[in-house]
Design a protein around this ligand. Sequence first.
Ligand SMILES: Cc1cc2nc3c(=O)[nH]c(=O)nc-3n(C[C@H](O)[C@H](O)[C@H](O)COP(=O)(O)OP(=O)(O)OC[C@H]3O[C@@H](n4cnc5c(N)ncnc54)[C@H](O)[C@@H]3O)c2cc1C
Length: 404
Amino acid sequence: MKLDSHYFSSIISRNGAKELLENFTDQKLANYKSKRNFDYGSYEKNFVSALSPALSRRIITEKEVIKHVSSQFSFAQIEKFVDEICWRTYWKGWLEHRPAVWYDYLSKLENFEDVKVNNPLYNKSIEGNTGLECFDSWVKDLLEFGYLHNHSRMWFASIWIFYFNLPWQLGAEFFYQNLIDADSASNTLSWRWVAGLQTQGKKYITYRENIDRFTDSRFSFPDNFILSDRETDNYVYYEPNYQVLENNATKSKNIGYMVVEDDLSFENIMKDSPVIIQSESYNPFGQSENVKSFSDRALESALENCKKNISKNVATFKWSNVEKINDWVNTNKIDEVEIISPTVGKFEKLIPSTFKKLDVKSSYFFHDWDKLFWKHADKGFFKLKKNIKTIVSPFWNMPLFNSD
Ligand SMILES: Cc1cc2nc3c(=O)[nH]c(=O)nc-3n(C[C@H](O)[C@H](O)[C@H](O)COP(=O)(O)OP(=O)(O)OC[C@H]3O[C@@H](n4cnc5c(N)ncnc54)[C@H](O)[C@@H]3O)c2cc1C
């Protein structure tokens, strides 16, 4: 799905993300349920929000999206959209219950270095040079815009695994490196879902007629385009290990707040307190220039937003120079640094290990939204879905039970 340059410059900022949400709500949301699965090839023609790069960094939060859309629609009218917003929360919670899934994926990736060197199809695939028109076109979009429509992501992953017989982990890595909404939970778990590893025995195997119908017959297919139902990895059951999440800030006098690229919501920050913001994207997994530049610009915009609306007492740091955190702590006489709790992914281990080396206490803040949902994310989505209406009701602006 092609995105225009206006889209990119708008969505890095809170105001831009809000504007995109407003336009989507006014123009497309009413048709979301019936049209969301169609990928007509461009942002203008499609009926999805393209809010994911903002949501995955919490430039705008799930709660804010729900509050906005519920001022114009009843729950029944937009239940499908609400469900999709909650899928993101669900995947995040599911992985929080089972961090081992992420670490197993990372360690498996290391075994596939030989595929990268020796399998020509892998290299043709990531260059968009396989000769399969739809697939090559998605690769080009992904490399150029850093975004694909959800259905195209599903077809892409299905073709990668069941047509090209490539390891799902390498596909997940390729997505993670190139998607501007790259998210450890949504990406890894969606690839596992397609491969049949999320729900035992349930793989997602696509077929020509399905792609044809939902892409408005934009692509031609070879006669032998038949995906094979093959085993991927063995299904492994991961025991959920849920811990009750509570904010653990103490009653310290001088609290400072640290903001990192994964959560730019500022939801926990007391006005006019000292704040330190990451100034440059952190890139341990080889993310593309596109993704880095998006994150850098989002951080820049967060800094401006902070100065203007939250606190003028703001400093910046890079992960390559965490000494600056110490300087900021000393200058402001901070005795505790509060951070929005990092989720499984880039920062989960980095933040605590950094604070072990610094001479200041740190504490975690959890979004109320996450706390409400994650306790239902230990099993399948259906368990969480049963609770969505109750959980969102305090944030809902219109009567929840209108049927039209
Ligand atoms: C193989 C694969 C990999 C994926 N990798 C990512 C990823 O790295 N990051 C990411 O944010 N999403 C990922 N998704 C989920 C989904 O494709 C995107 O969230 C969605 O396409 C974003 O477009 P949108 O904002 O227009 O979605 P909309 O349809 O407008 O939905 C609104 C919001 O709901 C959430 N959402 C919608 N669909 C899903 C879904 N299936 N799973 C989880 N959340 C959803 C997103 O936050 C999205 O922004 C992946 C899906 C697949 C099949």
